[in-house]
Ligand binder design. Structure first.
Ligand code: ATP
Ligand code: MG
Length: 288
């Protein structure tokens, strides 16, 4: 749970060192159309005959922090993997910033499924942190963070390393630059994974149960770091979590999923204290 209140300005707290800076284009342009940053438009995901996402519609506004809740198997991870372009939609369209993420426009204006090249391009805007950290075990901490900025964004090594050191300072791991992941605790590995995602200067940060593999005493520190990022940057966040206090502190909107559809959405106060649907009530009774 995030604890200390932070000053409202968009800089990191003093004790965490370098600021987390959002990409310049993460701020809406003057005269912006008000188009949501993310829009799922009748998105279907099937594995064989199994319909995992069923004509799913939802939107996320720029800068919004959204918590996704719902029972196991309801499709939460699938939603994040589709956004990360690790999976392809079976039907429907995912829009990011008014452009189709899952598709490209043909010269005639029709939409066709995006190819690998377009998907790689889309992936640059989005960062993801997984439950199991997924660090590169054979690389030192610094390299884990600089690898994608150099190979995907084309940054030069010196610039990437300077930024990686700033981010390690921010996540409280300045002393671990040369460590290998196996020499770090779970909480430290997850902080590196968060730094690695931020190094890509994502517009959107996807967090999939990032504290559920951690020892209980390490959870609060990682949640506090994520709370800092939410408060001090303009990065849009989609977060799957069972940490309801964190969801209350950090998110403006909670989406409750069941069987690949949104059962209801609302503020954390509304969803956690006065849900409209029996399915939400049952779910919250089971997890709270
Ligand atoms: N690669 C795959 N092949 C076949 N079925 C899959 C695949 N990935 C996910 N599924 C199925 O899709 C459904 C939704 O899975 P998903 O991982 O999105 O659920 P979830 O809401 O994240 O659940 P949990 O809370 O347990 O993490 C599940 O029934 C799962 O078995
Ligand atoms: Mg999941």
């Amino acid at each position: 749970m995030a604890t200390e209140p932070l000053p409202p300005q968009k800089t990191a707290s003093a004790d965490r060192g370098a600021p987390v800076t959002a990409p310049e284009d993460a701020v809406p342009a003057a005269g912006s159309t008000g188009e949501p940053l993310v829009r799922f438009d009748k998105v279907v995901k099937r594995y064989g005959d199994h319909v995992v996402l069923d004509q799913l519609d939802f939107t996320v506004d720029r800068g919004e922090h959204v918590t996704l809740i719902g029972p196991s198997g309801s499709g939460k991870t699938t939603i994040l993997r589709l956004l990360m372009t690790l999976e392809k939609v079976s039907d429907g369209v995912i829009w990011v910033n008014g452009s189709p993420l899952s598709h490209v426009r043909t010269p005639g204006g029709a939409l066709k499924p995006a190819g690998e090249k377009e998907l790689r391009e889309s992936r640059k805007k989005i960062g993801m942190v997984f439950q199991q950290f997924n660090l590169f075990p054979n690389m030192k901490v610094l390299q884990n963070i600089t690898e994608a900025p150099i190979s995907v964004l084309g940054k030069d090594r010196e610039e990437a390393e300077t930024r990686a050191r700033e981010l390690l300072d921010l996540v409280g791991l300045a002393g671990k630059v040369d460590a290998h992941p196996s020499q770090l605790s779970g909480g430290q590995q997850q902080r590196v994974a968060i730094a690695r995602a931020l190094a890509m200067e994502p517009e959107i940060l996807l967090l999939d149960e990032v504290t559920s593999a951690l020892d209980p005493e390490l959870v609060a520190g990682v949640l506090e770091l994520l709370g800092d990022i939410a408060r001090n940057t303009d990065i849009t966040m989609l977060c799957v979590t069972h940490e309801m206090n964190f969801a209350r502190d950090v998110s403006e909107k909670v989406l409750m999923f069941d069987a690949g559809r949104v059962v209801e959405s609302g503020t954390p106060e509304k969803i956690f204290s006065d849900p409209s649907h029996e399915r939400t009530r049952e779910f919250l009774d089971a997890v709270l």
